[in-house]
Design a protein around this ligand. Structure first.
Ligand code: CLR
Length: 563
């Protein structure tokens, strides 16, 4: 079945037609996207190793799903289960069962499953017929139409959220929690650089808790993107969940879907490469495969502040935010977060504001490189009086420890929170505030979100991850035109380093001029400390020095504790 066929079928099922259809003469967004994607292939490969470990499985899945129209939602899992069941039976009674009997049993199993899945499909259609189109427009996942697991009760799946092995988490997740970076070469490269930073701290050239922006790092640890493009990684599920949220009439359900959008995208932001710092006025214009428009711009140099917005095709939702990307050295780890509030506005004048948690990299200089999300994420819907705070390290507080004891220790990537409703009423001229707990959230940022006893998101569902497609004719300030970025894309490190140096020089001169014309402007001049790529002879020396420093720090800590 071709992709076009699939589209037609979906259109038939739709209860109402989309009135806004583009003219045939004009290239539709869809066709543009398909052409674009073909050109973009080398770029995609870069992220694929990390972002989607299950890609190969998907291909198989598509083949299976193509067999018949009815089996649209038959998954590989079911196929596997069937096989397993058959194998077990064969082992028990190898000769008695004929092929026919096995086939009959198979049919029974599939019909049972079909019932389950048709339920899902009905739910999906009822919610949003447009989503079928949305999925089929995404070129990479044309036929793999999967529904969010809304409406399926957990007891049907027979899994408990606290069972670690059953948890749906991405490849590389640790049993005790967090995600381990497996690229040994990359880590080794970065260590040499981290040791040099440690050396600078040890000789008191910079303070202990210093921002990464005080260093000019070598291009060998960079990825050929700027922060403006990188920040979009966390919105890879935004079109799916926000389109659903825009249709939702219940405020609680809407908030749940917005929470899903942010928490589900967290596992897509853990790439361990440094993006380029955007230059003042740099822009990025793009499209998500469903047509959602993306605009990003760097609006301040010091402090470096970026702003971004996503606008869906028919203005269903409008997400906007601005903030600083902070990354500070904290002893032997880096804490990275985005300072600022993000807002989503929907067509029906509903509005939700939220903040995101912080990312912590451990094992920078020695040991295993582990990524954690720490801190809090808050969601506020002022109009409907809804509020939600999600805690990313609940196990560390004494309260939760006492409840779940030692045996039930949850992994550190576990998060927990509540949606709370506050209602104001006046009685005898006095304002009374009553709070009510509506819903409990728990899950892992590495791939699972549960609301009460319903699973809303699981990585095993393999939703399509949306990647931004750069627009055809962007502004000349687009980050794609940066020389250092272009050179790094071609893997020409020498040229990239040269271009990076040149751009830094230009920025310095610009700052000087700005200060001359606006003396009151508080644009600080930072003298970045240049850090080179370490040579092999250098490497061991640096390691020894860093070791020395770490040991001294440990001694100081111990002495402080004794006092
Ligand atoms: C010297 C070498 C090891 C430095 C490499 C550090 C890299 C991996 C760090 C430095 C700054 C960090 C970023 C800082 C802020 C944010 C915003 C947050 O919402 C998502 C993660 C993200 C995007 C971080 C990702 C990891 C990051 C890019």
């Amino acid at each position: 079945m071709s992709q076009n066929n699939n589209n037609n079928n979906n259109n038939k099922d739709k209860p109402h037609n989309n009135s806004q259809k583009p003219n045939k003469d004009e290239p539709t967004i869809q066709t543009q996207i398909i052409q674009k994607n073909e050109n973009e292939k080398p770029n995609e490969n870069l992220n694929e190793n990390i972002s989607n470990p299950n890609e190969n499985q998907n291909e198989k899945e598509i083949q299976i799903e193509n067999d018949g129209d009815e089996d649209e939602f038959q998954t590989l899992e079911n196929e596997n289960e069937k096989e397993n069941e058959n194998e077990k039976e064969k082992e028990k009674e190898p000769k008695k069962q004929t092929k026919r009997e096995i086939k009959r049993e198979e049919k029974e199993v599939t019909s049972f499953r079909r019932k389950k899945f048709s339920k899902r499909r009905y739910f999906f259609r009822k919610r949003s017929p447009e989503l079928f189109e949305l999925f089929s427009m995404c070129e990479k996942f044309p036929k793999k139409v999967r529904i969010p697991r809304l409406g399926i009760k957990k007891h049907e799946i027979e899994k408990t959220a606290f069972d670690l092995k059953v948890w749906d988490r991405i490849k590389g997740s640790k049993n005790s929690g967090g995600w381990v970076y497996q690229n040994v070469e990359e880590v080794k490269k970065q260590r040499g650089i981290v040791w040099q930073i440690v050396k600078n701290i040890a000789s008191n050239l910079v303070s202990k808790e210093s921002d990464l922006e005080y260093f000019s790092l070598p291009v060998s640890v960079f990825e050929p993107r700027s922060y403006l493009e990188r920040l979009l990684d966390s919105y890879c599920y935004a079109p799916i969940f926000l389109n659903l949220a825009a249709e939702e009439k219940k405020p609680v359900e809407r908030m749940k879907l917005v929470i899903c959008m942010i928490l589900a995208g967290l596992h897509n932001t853990i790439i361990q490469l440094k993006p380029f710092n955007p230059i003042l006025g740099e822009t990025f214009q793009g499209l998500f495969p469903d047509g959602t428009k993306i605009y990003c711009e760097q609006i301040s140099h010091h402090p470096p502040i970026s702003s971004w917005q996503l606008i869906s095709i028919e203005n269903q939702f409008h997400l906007y935010g601005k903030g600083k990307f902070v990354s500070t050295f904290k002893g032997m780890s880096i804490l990275g977060y985005q300072k600022g509030v993000i807002t989503v506005e929907f067509r029906n004048n509903e509005k939700i504001e939220f903040t995101t948690p912080s990312l912590s990299l451990k094992g920078l200089a020695f040991g295993e490189r582990i990524v954690h999300y720490v801190g809090k994420s808050t969601f506020v819907d002022k109009k409907n009086g809804l509020q939600c705070e999600i805690n990313f390290t609940p196990h560390s507080s004494g309260f939760f420890k006492s409840i779940f004891g030692k045996g039930n220790k949850k992994p550190t990537d576990f998060f927990e929170g509540d949606i709370i409703k506050t209602t104001k009423s006046t009685k005898d001229n006095q304002e009374i505030e009553t709070t009510e707990k509506l819903c409990h959230i728990q899950g892992s940022w590495l791939g699972k979100i549960d609301f009460d006893d319903q699973t809303y998101f699981s990585v095993n569902d393999k939703f399509p991850k949306f990647k931004p497609i750069p627009v055809d004719k962007p502004l000349p300030s687009d980050s794609r035109y940066r020389d250092d970025l272009i050179a790094l894309k071609k893997q020409n490190l020498k040229e990239a380093a040269k271009a990076k140096h040149k751009l830094e020089e230009i920025q310095r001169r610009d700052r000087k001029l700005r200060r001359e014309y606006h003396p009151n402007d508080s644009q600080k001049e930072i003298q970045a400390i240049v850090i080179d790529h370490p040579t092999e002879e250098n490497y061991e020396e640096l390691e020894k020095e860093a070791m020395k420093y770490v040991k001294e720090e440990d001694k100081k800590k111990k002495q402080n504790k004794k006092k």
